[in-house]
Every structure is written in C-alpha cells, then in structure tokens.
Design a protein around this ligand. Structure first.
Ligand SMILES: Cc1ncc(COP(=O)(O)O)c(C=O)c1O
Length: 456
C-alpha cells in the first residue's frame, strides 16, 4: 500500500503548491502532455511509475482551480475534508445503487438528503437524487416534471413515449443557462418549442412579460444567473405558475446555496413554492467533481421517472434505494463527500462560507470600480462582471490577467457587452487573496500586459 501513501504525499504536495504557483497551467507543461500520447501500451508498467508519470506530466499542466485565486466560470474548490472523504469512498469502491448491497453509503445519502432539505429549507418530503452535476440534475428533475404533468393530462410517457402526447408548454427565461436548454432537448421537449420570457437588465425573468399558460406546462426559473448572479422574482412567478397548474422548476446550480444564509433571504424567498430544484455540490458546497443534486417535492414522480423495475434487481425495500432517484444504476458513492461537507461545516459554517464569498465579490467590485472600471451587474451574490473598455481592449486585459498568473478569471459576453466574469466560490479564498488578485487585475488593466515575474 506504499502506492496509496505515495499518492497521498503527491496530492498533498500538489495542494500545498497551489498558493505559490501561477493559477494558469504552465504552457511548457501543456506542451509536454504530448509525452503521454504513446501507442497503446503492450507491456505492463509498475503502478508507482504510472503514478509518478501522472504527477510529473499532468500536475503542472492543471489549472489551479482548487486553489484560492481561481475565479473562472463558477467552479468552487474542494474542502480538504471532502477530498479526504472522497479518497476513502474510492477505496470503499461501493456501487451506490441498492441499500441491501451497499448499506453504508446508501445510509450516508439518506442522511445527507435529510440534512440538505433542512439546511436549504426545502419541503422535507422531497427526494434528492445524487447526480453528476447541474445539467443532469436539471435533466433528472425535469424528467419527473415532464412525466407528472403528462400523467395529469392522462398520458403515460414512460409507456407510450412522446409520440402523440399532449404538447407541453415549457417556459424559460431568455437568460436560462444553455445546459438547461440542453436538458430540455434531451427530454424531447424541443429547444425550438420553448416559450422564452424576456429578462431585465440583470437577467431576471420579467413578471410583466409572463405568457398566458396553457396546460400541461413546466416553468423553469433560475436562482443565480451565471453572469450577474441575479435571482428570478420567485414569489410572483411561482404563484402564477401554481395558479395555472404548472410545474415550477428552479435551476439553482450555485444560487440555491444562498438559501442557507439569512442575509440573502430576500433573494431566495418564494423559491420553496416550486416543485423541483437543481443544484451543484461541486460548485458552492465545495466538494470534488462530479456532484450535483436533483431535488423533487413529489418523491413518487421522481421515483417513477428514474426507478428501474427489472425482475432480477432487488425491489424497493423499507430503506431508500439510491438508484430510484438517479438516471444511473451503477455509480460511485458521491453522497459521501456531500455528507462530509455538511457534517464538517454545519449550517453555520456553510452560511459563513457563502456570505464570505459574497463579501469578497463586493470587495472585488468596489476595488475595480475605484480603479475606474465599469461593473456591469448589481453584485447581489458571488458574481462580478467587469469591463475594462471596449471588447478588444477588455479581451486583451483578460488575456494579460490570465498570463500574469496571480489569479484567473474568464471572458463573457453578457447582454451584448464583452466583459470579465469573476466568480468567488471557493472555501480557500481569503481577503488577502482578493487584495492580491485585485492588484494584479488593476496592474494588468493599466499596463495592458503582465509584469514579468509576477506569477508566484
Ligand atoms: C445556472 C447554471 N445551470 C446549470 C449549469 C450546469 O452545471 P454543470 O456544469 O455542473 O452541469 C451551470 C454551470 O455553470 C449554471 O451556472
């Protein structure tokens, strides 16, 4: 087992290096990745050599997204306790499908389900499916939605498919995340058939532009616009959808976590009236990839959309069968890391982490605005959208910031403007990291090029 000790030593050294190395991958290391690309191996290689090669060639070619100054996309780090729990779960190698076969991890997921519903203050009767990410969480919850609204119209989509089914009106915001549209496409609901509701200057669905609903209908709302971080106005939208007998779904890939904070309650109020919610644990709960959560109020609807009923498989017993709630039958025990994060942080620690990241986003916005740059969004959560000038100049500055290596943030085009998007979603980011990153961003924007040697 020296091999596993070696892996732990290498992983620890890697994580410890993240604060001192450039955030972007080393371009020379990226070029050296070609060395991995050999003909398919014929002869065995000793395990220690395989590991050493991975560490030597791949570790320096990674983006330091697990470190404290990565602000790209909406990614989040991984709390050390969740990395450690993930190692243990990998050693267990449990196929998390049935309680009878893998009782330990099935129980962890059942307990974490209860804790999640309590901490997020969502209907306690809901079921949670542990899936790979928000795309599949949206897919999973919307499969339950599709089946349930068609069932109410007297159509059994599981048995008879969508051919000849009553058409479902699917309502989305103009700034829904593209993966939500992908999920709807995968469910046969047709990307081109969606009713798209105009949004306001922050990307929030406009209540005054809500269409007349026909039934069956599914309304997809958003908690956390991927650019601005804005939340749809839930009380009005959920009430209108409910009055019309529609199923309301919330894509809260990162924004759902705001539910844990009292100070963010003004954003999340009314969301509990929905029927289903999707979120990522690998984003703001800071567990390792891949980990998403599909939450559905009507447990029977989720189970009937996801459960398999093959004769040779154990039938649902008294305890929760994990595979009754996910598209996969066989999968890793990803609920282990969710359990570890919730146990370690508690609701207070989780709220502190979310609120700290939101305060850090405001710190970024204030610093950049004070330096004369335009902040395009109302900074209500953890997202900041900043412009350094016209599109060409903004792209040049972002490029310089990325090459500088002190921190990393990416380009976006939001509401027609090219900008840099900063997402603060890591447990590891400190006030000093924000100060240091701000200084680097402002320096690059003022010089238009990175300072030599400013990478460590
Ligand atoms: C609002 C929203 N929905 C869905 C997704 C897709 O999440 P994932 O990449 O985990 O599938 C994202 C990713 O950033 C997102 O921000």
């Amino acid at each position: 087992m020296q091999l596993l000790e070696d892996a732990a030593r290498r992983a620890t050294a890697y994580l410890e290096s993240l604060n001192h190395r450039p955030v972007r991958p080393d371009p020379d290391a990226v070029a050296r990745l070609d060395q991995l690309d050999t003909p398919a191996p014929l002869r065995p290689t000793p395990p220690a050599d395989v590991l050493a090669q991975l560490d030597r060639l791949v570790s320096p070619a990674t983006m330091a997204s697990a470190g404290p100054r990565f602000f790209g996309f909406v990614i989040g780090g991984a709390l050390p306790v969740t990395v450690a729990a993930s190692w243990l779960a990998t050693a267990w190698d449990q196929n998390t499908c049935f309680d009878s076969a893998t009782p330990g991890v099935a129980r962890l997921e059942a307990i974490a389900q209860r804790w999640l519903l309590e901490m997020l203050d969502l209907p306690r009767e809901s079921a949670v499916g542990y899936v790979t990410g928000a795309t599949i969480a949206n897919f999973t919850a919307l499969a339950a939605a599709r089946n349930a609204v068609l069932k109410r119209s007297g159509w059994n989509v599981e048995a008879d498919g969508l051919y000849g089914a009553p058409p479902i009106q699917v309502v989305v915001g103009e700034e829904s995340h593209p993966t939500l549209l992908k999920s709807l496409g995968m469910l046969g609901l047709g990307r081109n058939r969606l009713t798209r509701v105009p949004v306001d200057s922050q990307g929030r669905m406009r209540v005054d532009k809500l269409p007349k609903f026909s039934t069956p209908a599914i309304v997809c709302l958003q908690a956390g616009n991927v650019n601005s971080g804005a939340f749809d106005p839930f009380p009005e939208l959920c009430a209108a959808a409910r009055d019309a007998g529609a199923w309301t779904h919330v894509d809260g890939a990162f924004g759902l976590w705001a539910r844990v904070s009292q100070s963010l309650a003004h954003l999340t109020r009314g969301m509990e009236l929905a029927d289903s919610w999707a979120t990522d644990a690998h984003k703001w709960l800071n567990v390792p990839y891949d980990s998403g959560l599909a939450v559905v109020r009507d447990t029977a609807a989720l189970r009937s959309a996801m459960a398999i009923t093959a004769e040779y498989l154990p039938s649902s017993g008294a305890r929760r069968a994990p595979s009754d709630f996910t598209p996969e039958l066989s999968r890793r025990a990803r609920g282990t890391e969710v359990y570890a994060a919730l146990k370690h942080l508690g609701s207070e620690g989780l709220a502190q982490m979310i609120e700290r990241n939101c305060a850090q986003a405001r710190q970024f916005a204030e610093g950049l605005r004070a330096a004369g740059f335009e902040i395009l969004n109302e900074v209500v959560l953890n997202q900041v959208v900043v412009r350094f000038g016209d599109a060409e100049h903004t792209r040049k500055v972002i490029d310089a910031i990325q090459r500088d290596g002190t921190c990393w943030a990416g380009v976006t085009v939001w509401q027609g403007l090219t900008a840099m998007r900063i997402s603060v979603s890591s447990w590891a980011t400190t006030h000093e990291d924000v100060e240091r990153s701000l200084a680097a961003m402002i320096r690059c924007a003022q010089e238009g090029s990175p300072r030599a040697g400013a990478t460590t």
